[in-house]
Design a protein. Structure first.
Length: 55
């Protein structure tokens, strides 16, 4: 029983860490896009158009 609890705790910790990292990455990406938009002075566009413009 204690081993099962340990496994569950490890799984929960792993899921929490992954969610935390994903949120951090998302916030960072959003912040970078926001600053880029403010500097460029044009509305935010979808990733497709951004990638197309780069090429």
């Amino acid at each position: 029983m204690t081993e099962m609890n340990l496994v569950l705790y490890i799984l929960l910790a792993a899921v929490a860490a992954i969610l935390y990292l994903l949120r951090k990455i998302y916030v960072l990406e959003y912040y970078i896009l926001d600053t880029h938009r403010r500097v460029g002075g044009q509305p935010r566009k979808s990733k497709k158009t951004i990638n197309r413009r780069k090429r």
